[in-house]
Design a protein around this ligand. Sequence first.
Ligand SMILES: NC(=O)c1ccc[n+]([C@@H]2O[C@H](COP(=O)([O-])OP(=O)(O)OC[C@H]3O[C@@H](n4cnc5c(N)ncnc54)[C@H](O)[C@@H]3O)[C@@H](O)[C@H]2O)c1
Length: 372
Amino acid sequence: MRIGIPKEVKVHEYRVGATPEMVGLLVDHGHKVMVQSQAGSRIGFLDEDYKKAGAAIVGTAAEVYKAEMVIKVKELQESEFALVHEGQVLFCYLHLAPDPAQTAHLIDKKVVAIAYETVVDINGRLPLLVPMSEIAGRISIQVGATALQLNQGGNGTLLGGVPGVAPANVVVIGGGIVGTEAARMAMGLGAQVVIIDRDVNRLRQLDHLFGPRLRTLYSTPSTIENELKTADLVIGSVLIPGKLAPKLITRAMVKQMRPGSVLVDVAIDQGGCSETSKPTTHADPTYVVDGVVHYCVTNMPGACARTATLALTHATMDSALKLANKGYVKALREDPLLRQGLNVCLGHVTNAPVATDLNYPFVAPEEMLKSG
Ligand SMILES: NC(=O)c1ccc[n+]([C@@H]2O[C@H](COP(=O)([O-])OP(=O)(O)OC[C@H]3O[C@@H](n4cnc5c(N)ncnc54)[C@H](O)[C@@H]3O)[C@@H](O)[C@H]2O)c1
């Protein structure tokens, strides 16, 4: 199969869909891999390294997108819309529910779009989202601590306090992968942390994991409202896979928060969990609403792109190889977990939450894979 690895075009996005090692694996299995020149150069993966691994280096994205399968990191940006073609397999993060324009385009172009973020494992977890969530969770505390500084618009609270001065209050809404890593980092820096989740079993696991240093609370609107009133730093990390994030933080709740407190809405890639959240970029990551500093970067792991690329490709490598070796029809027929990643196929929406949120008819992936 001909496989293309483009250079990412999202603002300050330096991750790349395949490392030289992953390219080498695909080449060893008989595939032809085209890598766009400079695709990994900012993170130390040079054109020379890809060449040594057996890739052809091409100058433009247009050449990369001639491939039968494109493996990349982020969802298609508008400047990339024209590059995809009918029947092409696109394997990357897509986040379609908050992105009607991209969804309409993938349908229109009859692309076979497989989203990293909806592939599941045998335990129902999201193995291709997990590594990025781990990274985003850890970054959320670094950027939150920085945003709390007065020179950044924050209220001047040091996360860990000092002897004789209380530490910051950190409220984490959603105790999954992002929330757990955020809590771990915040506690490591000495903050007081509470995690709010609606899954009692998850709260039980977190209680066992962290012991009495962590407070856990069941998620209700009044619990969230109360905790926000005394929060210095809030991490939004809820997820209902495939769906728009629920707006658990209302505009009225934000109004009641302390001036100079900080909201890092990691769930912004699914639309954000606050009514006041709107996507930002690494170039201009924060804005202020009612005195509360909002950080809503949709590609947080891009800031630590080398770590993120290595972690991401460790997770995607097997699935990419399966798709390349077997073709998407056979690969997805045989693997019901990878099949969950199929979001759009030859003009139809094949992910139920995306279909519901964007008002498209849902066609089961199995239907689309019957022939071919
Ligand atoms: N901005 C970025 O760069 C970036 C990077 C990685 C992940 N993310 C996003 O972060 C979000 C969280 O990802 P994750 O991997 O931790 O997901 P996860 O599935 O591991 O955890 C989500 C948690 O949210 C909880 N939840 C759902 N509804 C809730 C509610 N009403 N109240 C409280 N908790 C609720 C779930 O029970 C679960 O524990 C996702 O939207 C993901 O796409 C963003």
